[in-house]
Design a protein around this ligand. Structure first.
Ligand code: AGP
Length: 372
């Protein structure tokens, strides 16, 4: 009903708008006044966490993209090797697991059969399983050793939006907590990132307030045959997520690539007028990546691509090569997906609406996939 949608035409629009609150609720009570994380609910002792020598993340679809981003954060802040795999592939290749492996299963619904079967397999091999889940008392957290709930509230639209942002928050919390407990050379950075995480709800809000040009652009692209998405580092999974949203909602060919892979094949796809969305890493910190992606943008534009560039405020180097420039707030490098994903959700939702599609219930899809 209209009331359930809180005045929005679609649940997806409502859920996109709820993201600042969802992020704030997922942070609530987990950062102490002293700036230390307290994740007592984990039920895995600090001593056990210090024993962990490998992290394996399993998830599907959008939750898998959150897992890909988590890998960057976990390896950087904890120095523990981390793998991430789509849950449907996991158990069939006889993965190497033991009691020092921490498996993280990420699922909004907590009922995804592929993810459930992967976690059962992991537990049979003696691994500890931590669920990151949005649905209280669902099967995945019930069958896990521990759970960190995301507090996105109920997500109704098939396309995941607010659940994804809160999965990212939960993943960052786990990565930072593991780093805090184990003590790495990144202690000071961990402290400052914990502080910066508090700003995330405001920053997401700020992005939402500037989305009108993105909606206009999306409407103008309703007849495009294909859209490509490029990113690097944590922007790479964001590119994959942008493409998945467009497939699900607009039934369009859309593909995400690591920008460094362009020259190994995908650049052959570039032709006059092809829209290409580029998620640009921050020019601060890992600035070599920034420079490389700026050359990628030049290369594809020289071949006729229509460039849609998502870049941090103050990043002037990209401006001359952007046919459309979407600004996002300055964040720590690893946290950028919290803000860079939002324009891609809005883009896909608006483009699908312009095509006349039912965005809350895309064809052929179910909200939770309870078959393998
Ligand atoms: C996201 O937009 C999708 N509908 C889908 O990929 C989803 O993220 C996936 O099926 C996993 O669901 P879960 O988080 O409930 O396990």
């Amino acid at each position: 009903s209209a009331a359930e949608k809180g005045g929005y035409d679609y649940f997806m629009l409502k859920e996109i708008a709820e993201q600042p609150k969802a992020v704030a609720d997922t942070l609530l009570g987990r950062i102490g006044a002293d700036g230390q994380l307290t994740l007592d609910e984990l039920r895995i002792s600090d001593a056990q966490l210090r024993q962990v020598d490998k992290v394996v993340i399993v998830a599907c679809g959008t939750a898998f993209h959150a897992g890909m981003i988590a890998k960057y954060a976990i390896e950087h802040w904890t120095r523990i090797p981390c793998e991430v795999e789509v849950a449907s592939e996991f158990r069939y290749r006889d993965p190497i697991l033991d009691d020092r492996t921490l498996v993280i299963a990420i699922s909004q619904s907590g009922e995804t059969m592929d993810t459930l079967m992967a976690l059962r397999h992991a537990r049979e091999q003696g691994a500890k399983v931590l669920a990151i889940c949005n649905t209280n008392g669902s099967t995945i957290p019930r069958e896990s050793d521990a759970v960190l709930y995301t507090h996105a509230g109920p997500e109704v639209a098939v396309a995941s939006t607010k659940a994804f942002l809160t999965q990212l928050v939960a993943c960052y919390l786990v990565a930072l907590y593991l780093g805090q407990v184990r003590g790495t050379k990144w202690g000071d950075e961990i402290q400052s990132v914990i502080q910066e995480l508090r700003e995330a709800p405001k920053q997401v809000e700020q992005v939402l307030l500037t989305m009108e040009p993105v909606r206009e652009l999306a409407r103008s692209l309703a007849d495009a045959k294909s859209v490509l998405f490029l990113g690097r580092h944590v922007g790479y999974p964001v590119a994959l997520e942008g493409a998945l949203k467009l497939k699900e909602l607009a039934y369009m060919h859309a593909e995400g690539f690591a920008a460094g892979e362009l020259k190994h094949g995908p650049i052959a796809l570039i032709e006059e007028g092809l829209p290409v969305v580029v998620v640009v890493p921050s020019p601060r910190g890992r600035s070599i990546l920034h420079d490389k992606i700026v050359s990628n943008i030049q290369e594809i534009r020289a071949r006729g691509a229509r460039t849609i560039v998502i870049a941090e405020e103050g990043d002037e180097a990209v401006a001359p090569y952007a046919d459309h420039l979407i600004r996002i707030p300055v964040t720590p490098v690893l946290l950028q997906p919290l803000v860079s994903t939002v324009p891609l959700q809005v883009f896909a939702c608006e483009l699908a609406t312009a095509k006349g599609h039912e965005v809350d219930q895309p064809r052929n899809l179910a909200k939770s996939v309870t078959v393998e």
